[in-house]
Design a protein around this ligand. Structure first.
Ligand code: F6R
Length: 607
């Protein structure tokens, strides 16, 4: 999804902007551009394709000490050079980069066109440049404020003005924007990853906040022009982690590093003596935890599916009604917010617009929200009342793997905490703790079977369409398995409850449609095996992902992948791991751009 970088300082802005843009590449984009204030005025360069294509198109001697850059993920108008950012006013004075969507773009465009403005792009961003340039306000800041007062929608913008070459003006509403403080130089970016090479001292702008930034100082202020007096905070990011470390793809690296990242996540958070978890960031005492009568989990895509795993864990361990809902739908159905419900927002990036808006809707109606978030200091982390950081480390591949496993573990720890202030016995709490501690070694064991999983993946990659089936605890696993497979292999993959097969989908079963059956050793094993028999009887190829203890001897023709057994509540975590490898190796066999699947973005900052 769109990315923003900006620089003001003593160095040449061009390499700083390009480096920042390449750090934002993982978010997904289709075009890129930079604008630099040079002695000959503002020079703008835009290119469809990769940042390296943009770099190749830049004049060798392009220099300037103030500049802005952008990676665009098309919303208003297709991916063309004209629609890429930065966008400029007619007189070339004002240049803007923008993340987000202007809802009243069509009306503003008509109004400006009626005033004689001729547009060079189909973007909503160009409107902002024209509005600022046409303002009669006495200062750049006032002109930006006047323009923003006419805009409805979400934005993070950087504004460059040839009349004020020493500064950038930044504004945020609904899309992240962070200021990095250097030594007589300042950096701006929509994502911390574009700042970490330069500084660990940052200021997160809040919604409705603006900033004027020069090489040596910054001022943050509100839409009413009152100083908001923000001071910098320190971030702790391991830049070296954001490297493929010899793996062919980030996705592979991220799947394989799960044993060590999980060990790190669990460190200091499990209390053996009392059989509970220590989640200090929740900011909730035992009495408050006991007071919740429901848990509502909100997330999008894979985070939503892991939320369903989490809801099952909470119901099983804490015996509180819990469910998960797609955050993208939740806020549009005028949800009833109850004071004794604990709302949990789950997000790797912490910037997913649909989830962030759902958090705001809950808070607006007085609800209590905690975040299960990976990126420290992200919007959802900051706007939640408390939370659990996932500590998965940077996740670069667009298809999420390790962060999802960490989310599931975060839910297990939350379920344990909620359970132990209710009826979960100390022995059961200790049983879950032992299970959590076994996860790293057990995931290692699954990964050691990668060669066998790879062969199965190659067979599956040949089919244009697949089913993933599971029941109850295993159904979210099937959903996530199908999601991962379709994201990176571009094969049609659909998840069903195994119990629902006979109510419709069985009509599609034939020799060309393989089914991946998630079949844990639990109270439903026999019923699941019966469903697999029905598929085999109709010549449907089957891959069974199961435990060693399940007798699959009679499933003639089925391929079997086994995972070690853990506690039944935690088994979904282990069952997910081979599905990550299946998706990865299918995509590899098909020769796809695995870390940047087509049409997808790492952090979906627009609705
Ligand atoms: C799947 C995937 C997406 C994300 C979803 C939410 O591999 O990556 O479905 O899970 O866009 O993203 P976060 O977790 O950043 O809120």
């Amino acid at each position: 999804m769109c990315g923003i970088v900006g620089y003001v300082g003593g160095r040449n802005a061009v390499p700083v902007l390009l480096e920042g843009l390449s750090r934002l590449e993982y978010r997904g984009y289709d075009s890129a551009g930079v604008a630099v204030l040079t002695s000959a005025g503002t020079q703008v360069f835009r290119k469809v394709g990769r940042v390296r294509d943009l770099e190749a198109a830049l004049p060798r001697r392009l220099t300037g000490k103030t500049g802005i850059g952008h990676t665009r993920w098309a919303t208003h108008g297709p991916a063309t050079e004209a629609n890429a950012h930065p966008q400029t006013s007619e007189d070339g004075r004002i240049t803007v980069v923008h993340n987000g969507i202007i809802d009243n773009a069509a009306a503003l465009r008509d109004r400006l066109a009626a005033q004689g403005v001729s547009f060079t792009s189909e973007t909503d961003t160009e409107i902002i440049a024209h509005l600022i340039a046409r303002s009669a306000a006495p200062t750049l800041e006032a002109a930006v404020l006047e323009a923003l007062s006419k805009i409805n929608g979400t934005y993070a913008i950087l504004v460059m003005d040839t009349g004020h070459p020493d500064r950038l003006v930044a504004a945020r509403n609904g899309s992240p924007l962070i200021l990095g403080i250097g030594d007589r130089e300042m950096f701006l970016a929509s994502d911390l990853s574009a700042l970490v090479r330069h500084t660990t001292s940052v200021v997160h702008l809040d919604d409705g906040e603006l900033a004027t930034v020069t090489a040596s100082q910054f001022r943050t202020f509100s839409r009413e022009e009152d100083d908001t007096g923000k001071s910098p905070t320190s971030i702790d990011l391991d830049v070296l982690d954001a490297d493929t470390d010899g793996h062919q793809h980030y996705m592979h690296k991220e799947i394989l590093e799960q044993p060590s990242s999980i060990e790190r996540m669990l460190r200091g958070r499990l209390d053996d003596r009392f059989g509970t978890a220590r989640l200090d960031g929740l900011n909730l005492g035992p009495r408050e935890l006991r007071g919740f009568r429901r848990v509502k989990i909100l997330g999008c895509g894979s985070a939503y599916y892991v939320g369903q795993m989490g809801a099952a864990m909470i119901e099983e361990l804490a015996r509180i009604p819990a469910d998960a809902e797609a955050a993208s739908e939740f806020r549009y159905r005028n949800p009833i917010i109850e004071p004794d419900t604990l709302y949990v927002a789950v997000s790797q990036s912490g910037e997913t617009a649909d989830t962030a808006f759902a958090v705001r809707e809950v808070k607006r109606k007085g609800g209590q929200v905690i975040g299960l978030v990976n990126v420290v200091g992200s919007t959802i982390a900051r706007e939640s009342d408390g939370g659990v950081y996932l500590h998965a480390g940077p996740e670069i591949a667009v298809a999420s793997t390790k962060a999802l496993t960490h989310m599931a573990i975060g839910f297990a720890m939350l379920a344990l905490t909620l359970g132990r202030v209710r009826d979960l016995s100390i022995a059961d709490g200790q049983r879950i703790i032992a299970g959590l501690r076994s996860l790293p070694a057990q995931i290692e064991e699954i990964i050691s079977n990668e060669d066998a999983i790879l062969k199965v993946a190659h067979n599956l990659a040949e089919s244009p369409s697949l089913f993933f089936i599971g029941r109850v605890r295993a159904f979210p696993v099937a959903r996530e398995g199908a999601q991962k497979f379709k994201e990176v292999s571009y094969r049609h993959a659909e998840a069903y409850q195994a119990s629902e097969l006979k109510h419709g989908p069985l009509a599609l079963i034939c020799a060309d449609l393989p089914t991946v059956a998630i079949l844990p050793d639990d109270e439903l094993t026999d019923r699941n095996l019966a469903a697999v028999q029905q598929i085999l009887a109709r010549s449907g190829p089957v891959v069974i992902v199961t435990h060693q203890s399940v007798d699959t001897g009679e499933m003639t023709g089925a391929q079997v992948i086994t995972v070690p057994r853990n506690e039944r509540e935690l088994d979904p975590i282990l069952l997910t791991v081979p599905l990550q490898l299946l998706a990865y190796h299918a995509a590899l066999a098909l020769g796809h751009d695995i870390d940047k699947p087509r049409n997808l973005a790492k952090s979906v900052t627009v609705e």
